[in-house]
Ligand binder design. Structure first.
Ligand code: NDP
Length: 298
């Protein structure tokens, strides 16, 4: 037996359901790391390149599940998990669900798995497919649910991407995942507005881009400051630019957008919350923007 073959035998074999862009990247990483892999995909042709590289291909999802204890699911959405696993026997299986979903869906899926005799771990992938299997690119996955499952399979789970276990509550991985992505979309909204403004004149986007990048990078210091204020329950701690001053500046942003013929629609919801926080209690003027977070709770 060669050294590589001996290595493969000692590693936990993996079943992977779903060979879309992300599933294929995961499969490539496990094969490259020497894991024995069984794959299934609804459209069978997508498994062919992996079969050529040594993956076993199951003809049904139920057969793929039967092949190994560890079953990783990377299908499109929660409904496709329900559909694909309808006939599978999950008794004694360790199900790791990497499908992006809500915390509620993850909790419901955990209860569903427990009812079918499986341990369950939910995952939120913080990477795009080209980052998978490339540690230098910084890919990682939030995991939540069965700690025992996570500990038992920590090594195999770490082959395609880093791991960050965030708690026994199965919904926590999705919560972390969606929170980070939500912040990203807020940033994208600001970037879109900024480019719309400069494009209203003859400012070259390529020349503006490095300015925008360095400004956004400098502003990330506010994240830790906000966390410290939330934890202290004191939104006046270490305030650099207070709410009253920032609200006073709002008309300038709106007038600039109007002068330049740019819609303010990406900014106005946030400005409205700032103004409401200031109006609700005259004492809030000395606060940071942190009070806006309280207004978002329903
Ligand atoms: P793709 O659209 O590339 O692939 C979707 C996969 O789901 C395919 O294997 C498809 O099978 C399968 N599928 C869809 N519906 C069904 C169904 N009803 N029954 C069985 N199989 C079904 O998606 P990705 O691979 O990119 O994403 C997979 C998961 O990973 C998603 O939840 C996504 O949110 C998450 N993710 C993706 C990232 C990305 O950048 N791509 C980043 C982070 C998370 P078929 O080939 O037959 O169509």
């Amino acid at each position: 037996m060669t050294e590589n073959a001996a290595d493969t035998v000692s590693k936990t074999p993996v079943t992977l359901l779903g060979l879309g862009a992300m599933g294929t990247a995961l499969a490539d990483a496990w094969l490259a790391a020497g894991y024995l892999l069984t794959v299934w995909n609804r459209t069978a042709a997508r498994a062919e390149p992996l079969a050529a590289r040594g993956a076993a291909v199951a003809s049904t999802a139920a057969a793929a599940v039967a092949a190994n204890r560890l079953v990783v699911v990377c299908l499109l959405d929660d409904a496709s998990v329900e559909e694909a696993l309808a006939d599978a026997d999950l008794t004694g299986k360790d199900v790791v669900n990497l499908v992006t979903g809500t915390p509620g869906e993850a909790r419901a899926r955990a209860a569903w798995a427990a009812g079918r005799g499986a341990r369950y771990l939910d995952g939120g992938i913080m990477a795009v497919p080209p980052m998978i299997g490339v540690p230098a690119a910084g890919p990682y996955v939030f995991y939540s649910g069965s700690r025992a499952l996570f500990e038992d399979h920590r090594e195999v789970l770490a082959a395609p991407a880093g791991t960050d276990y965030v708690g026994e509550d199965a919904g926590l991985a999705a919560l972390h995942d969606v929170a980070l992505l939500s912040a990203m979309y807020g940033m994208f909204a600001g970037v879109a507005h900024a480019f719309a403004l400069v494009r209203s004149e003859s400012v070259a986007p390529g020349g503006f881009a490095p300015l925008l990048t360095s400004w956004l990078t400098a502003m990330t210091g506010s994240v830790a400051a906000t966390a410290a204020q939330l934890e202290a329950g004191d939104y006046t701690r270490g305030v650099v630019s207070n709410l009253a001053m920032q609200v006073a500046g709002v008309p300038t942003f709106l007038r600039t957008a109007e002068e330049q013929g740019v819609s303010p629609e990406l900014l106005t919801p946030y400005f409205a919350l700032m103004q409401r926080r200031l109006a609700e209690d005259g004492r809030n003027g000395g606060e940071d923007l942190t009070g806006v977070i309280d207004l978002l709770r329903r």
